[in-house]
Design a protein around this ligand. Sequence first.
Ligand code: SF4
Ligand code: MG
Length: 314
Amino acid sequence: VKHIKKYYPVSTPFGGPKKYVKAVDDVEFTLRKRETLGLVGESGCGKSTTGRTIMRLTEPTDGQAFYKGKDLFQLKGQELQLMRREIQMVFQDPHSSLDPKQYIGHAVEEPLQIHKIGTKKERLERAMDLLHKVGLREDQYYRYPHEFSGGQRQRIGIARALALNPKIVICDEPVSALDVSIQSQVINLMQELQEQYELSYLFIAHDLSVVRHIADSIGVMYLGKIVEKAPTDELFAQPLHPYTQALLSAVPIPNPGLKKNRIILKGDIPSPLNPPAGCIFHTRCPHATERCKTEVPQLKEKASNHWVSCHLYD
Ligand code: SF4
Ligand code: MG
């Protein structure tokens, strides 16, 4: 993914200068086969919009996203349809993404119908098999979403996403709405399916502790930009960006004897309509200097595969 941008124009009264909300501002990353990239940040940082833009659920303002050598943003018609088979999405709230009046088996089967794949019998068998693969019973095919728990509904959402044999699954906060005990079950399932089907995941979350166990590497987003990007272990051992350090300080640690200083950030996230000049994080950064107020830091590689945008490391 190269330099993707998604700007939303905002109407300005009295013909003033055109304004934009820069929801995604120059985001760049690589997602390899069978790998999981976590995208983490507070709500409104642009992580969902990044996923939706790659899926072409919303059109990009600029940038490129290459898959099998083709720029997804240039695809049209038949080619776009084929791409849509291979890149699927799992949503945060399976409650709203499943039709309450549709049997869950039909929901799983529907993508096959839409893409006209297989005979009726084959589709039914595939849906039954998928239900089984995500830990549900075949005889639950003829049941409605409301008959299932939140965790089960997310399993149904995953089965539906896998119906077309995708290669990439964009998971937008797939466990955020679930109880902590259920979260790990769903994450374990996703890891098993990843191995089995050689999937790549773009795993979006607001919580670093959720992505820690599933992500090979993590990108930390703030106000539409990736401010730090590193292999997961490296990011947890050596967070460089002050924002990442603050996020990490809020993650509970398993050993209560180990004391950790919680870094509390002052203020709220600034409006993306009026992002701060210089470093976008300077209004909340405990280490901000005069330079940070005017000069934009660039994302630079500080150690092998460890990228950070902060003047502290120049
Ligand atoms: Fe903080 Fe300055 Fe680094 Fe931005 S560039 S994160 S304000 S120290
Ligand atoms: Mg979101």
